[in-house]
Structures are given as structure tokens and as C-alpha cells.
Design a protein around this ligand. Structure first.
Ligand SMILES: *Cc1c(COP(=O)(O)O)cnc(C)c1O
Length: 379
């Protein structure tokens, strides 16, 4: 089955009760048993719920995995992965991580005795020098947030295999429409479903997808034992969102490409970060591992001062000033004061998050309206 068919049919069957084409919202805690322990596969909705189960099958299908798991948020999904580890274990991760991931690593799991190494993996072969006997997990995002750096998934996967270390990829920015990390050798794919998979800015949810059944069983155990699941209503919304993922992503990519080129030629704009540019440092890797370049763009305004960037985002009318990304509507954010406000200024600037940086999640509105909005705000 091709990807564009999987988004609609992957892992799905008409409901067994009445043939409903969309999985019904099974808003129930528990399930009648005919005798103790005799049931139809569902006993209690923390462990398994039919609507969530249908969604988990859809996750597995679109990422070319065998097993999917849905969680109450993206961070709950990451939390489940970290619970595979023990005190003394080490994790290799990257410098420009999603802020919430960094906070979970540094302010929660450090206290449980897990050590994190944040390294620059723009040259993926450099990872070799960070392995120790205690390394258990490699955690990357690509493209990264908000600098849109690209990390070579295949190179990291072969290093992970060589050292027998788990390799997880946060595929939130790319989505499986653009990039399928399990096919490239990753062990776990994670999503903030909140973003492109949901696609309509109406839910908060996380997902994990794996191929290996033993790993899946450990994660299902943690999902049930820790209990950070999502409810059936949100599962239904996410399923509905995934059905249009391919058409939305196609338009996000087309619009972002036009916005990126518009910004690059604009006299008020300094740097534009978008992996589709030939002069992006890892354009060749992006071209190799992605089918297109996605809907996210960051850029800095000339002058390098906070006030200029803030004045631009305040003047935007169609682009809503808000956190989050990946919905049908265009959003703008100011990382230094919003998503990365908790990262110290020196640390921020080291990875390129200057005070004049603006991040755009380019939506699927008419491109002429989006460009006109940016033009008036930049003037
Ligand atoms: C939003 C986001 C997360 C966290 O997901 P939540 O659903 O907000 O918990 C993790 N990684 C990336 C790249 C994100 O954009």
C-alpha cells in the first residue's frame, strides 16, 4: 500500500459491531466479561481501548512499523522511552532539542541518575567519540527545532547498531510523509501528534512506533504501568487528522518553499533557515533522507535586536503569534522569549537562537495572503 493510501486505510477495518467506517468513540472505562478473565480483548481502557487501538494501528502503518502506542502528550511518549533506562545509563542527544524534551532530560531524569550528553551531530560520524560502556540510547530530532538542522539518520543508525544502543528519532517536524526513520535503521519513532499528525491544533497527544516485538512489549508494559494514555475522543480526532496528512503536508511544503524564497530575498531579513536551500549546510542529507523539506522555517531580522523581531511578530495578522506548530493555520513564534525562554541566553546563542530569530509554521492558507502578511509586517 502506498503512503497516500495508508493515511486513510492503514491498519483500519470497518467496526465489527455495525460496520461503522470511522472507528466509534468507545467512551468506556471497562468491558463486560462473560466469565472471570473471558472478554473480547478489552478489559480496562488504560490497558487497551478500541478507538485508541485503531489509532495505534494507524501510527504503525504510516511509519512502516509493526506496533504503535498512543500517549497523553508527546512528552509522555518520550517519558515512556526513558523508563526503559536505569540509573547509570547514558544518553547521547543533540544540542538543539525541543525545549520540553531538554527540560524532561535535564530536570527530571538527571535526578534519577541518567546522564545526558548534548552534542553537535551536524556531522553524524562524530558520534563515535561519545559512546561509553554505559550508553543505552541515542535521541535525535531532525529537522531540529528551531534551527532546522538536519542529522543523517542512516549514519547514526549504523553507529547505534554497531554499539548495540537503542536509537530513537523524534519525527514530529518531518512526519512520515517526508521521512521514515524506521526504514533508515532507527529502533523507535516518536511523534508529538499535537503537531502535524493531528494537524488541526485541537489536541495534545504523543506516539511511539517500533518494529521489534520485544521492544514493543516493554513499551506497552510501561504505557499501561505508568498510565500516560490518551482518551478515546482525542484518539478519534487524531485518526481523522491522519486521513488528510498527505494532502496537508504537500501544501505545507509548497507554501513553505515559497515563503522561504520570499524571505531570502527580503532586505529586512538576515538569515533564513530552511533545509531546501542548496546552501543549507546539510542540504544533501535532507535531499537524501526526506521527500520534501517540510513546513517549518526560521529566520532572523536585520539589526539583531529583540525589538525588531518582536515588532515583526506583533504586526503579523494571518500568522498567529502562538506556540506549537503543524496545524492548518500559519503560526509565528519568537523562540528566545517563547519556546526557548528557559534556555540561558549564552546557551541559546551558541546554537543560533538569537534574539532576532522568528520561527514560522507555514500553514495551508493561500500563499499570496501569507506572503502579503509577511511583507506588511517586515516593512
Ligand atoms: C511539541 C513537541 C514535542 C512535545 O510534544 P507535546 O505533545 O507538546 O508534549 C516534542 N518534540 C517536538 C519536536 C515537538 O515539536
Amino acid at each position: 500500500m502506498q503512503f497516500n493510501t495508508k493515511t486513510i486505510h492503514g491498519g483500519q477495518q470497518p467496526d465489527k459491531a455495525y460496520g461503522a467506517v470511522m472507528p466509534p468513540i468507545y467512551q468506556t472505562t471497562t468491558y463486560a466479561q462473560s466469565a472471570p478473565g473471558e472478554h473480547q480483548g478489552y478489559e480496562y481502557s488504560r490497558a487497551k481501548n478500541p478507538t485508541r487501538h485503531a489509532l495505534e494501528n494507524a501510527f504503525a502503518s504510516i511509519e512502516n512499523g509493526n506496533f504503535g502506542m498512543a500517549f497523553g502528550s508527546g512528552l509522555a511518549a518520550i517519558d515512556a522511552i526513558l523508563k526503559l533506562l536505569k540509573p547509570g545509563d547514558e544518553v547521547i542527544s543533540t544540542t538543539d532539542l525541543y525545549g520540553g524534551t531538554y527540560r524532561l532530560f535535564s530536570q527530571v531524569f538527571e535526578d534519577f541518575g541518567i546522564r545526558f550528553h548534548y552534542v553537535d551531530l551536524n556531522d553524524a560520524s562524530k558520534i563515535e567519540k561519545y559512546f561509553s560502556v554505559n550508553t543505552r540510547l541515542i535521541w535525535i530530532e531532525t529537522p531540529t527545532n528551531p534551527m532546522l538542522n538536519i542529522i543523517d539518520i542512516k549514519t547514526i543508525a549504523s553507529a547505534a547498531q554497531k554499539h548495540n544502543v537503542l536509537f530513537a528519532v523524534d519525527n514530529t517536524f518531518a512526519t512520515p510523509y517526508l521521512q521514515r526513520p524506521l526504514d533508515l535503521g532507527a529502533d523507535i519513532v516518536m511523534h508529538s501528534v499535537t503537531k502535524y499528525l493531528g494537524g488541526h491544533s485541537d489536541l495534545v497527544m504523543g506516539a511511539l512506533i517500533v518494529k521489534n516485538s520485544e521492544l514493543a512489549n516493554r513499551l506497552y508494559f510501561i504505557q499501561n504501568a505508568s498510565g500516560a494514555i490518551c482518551g478515546p475522543q482525542d484518539s478519534f480526532l487524531a485518526l481523522r487528522g491522519i486521513k488528510t496528512l498527505h494532502v496537508r503536508m504537500q501544501r505545507h511544503c509548497e507554501n513553505a518553499e515559497k515563503v522561504a524564497h520570499f524571505l531570502k530575498g527580503h532586505p529586512q531579513v538576515d538569515m533564513v533557515y530552511w533545509p531546501g536551500f542548496k546552501d543549507h549546510p546539510n542540504h544533501r542529507i535532507a535531499k537524501k533522507q526526506m521527500d520534501d523539506y517540510g513546513g517549518m522555517i526560521s529566520f532572523s531580522v536585520k539589526g539583531k535586536r529583540m525589538e525588531e523581531a518582536i515588532s515583526v511578530v506583533r504586526k503579523l495578522q494571518l500568522f498567529t503569534l502562538a506556540e506549537s506548530l503543524g496545524g492548518v493555520e500559519s503560526l509565528a513564534g519568537h523562540p528566545a522569549t517563547m519556546t526557548h525562554g528557559s534556555v540561558p541566553k549564552i546557551e541559546r546563542e551558541k546554537i543560533g537562537i538569537t534574539d532576532s530569530l522568528i520561527r514560522l509554521s507555514v500553514g495551508i492558507e493561500d500563499i499570496d495572503d501569507l506572503i502579503a502578511d509577511l511583507e506588511q509586517a517586515l516593512q
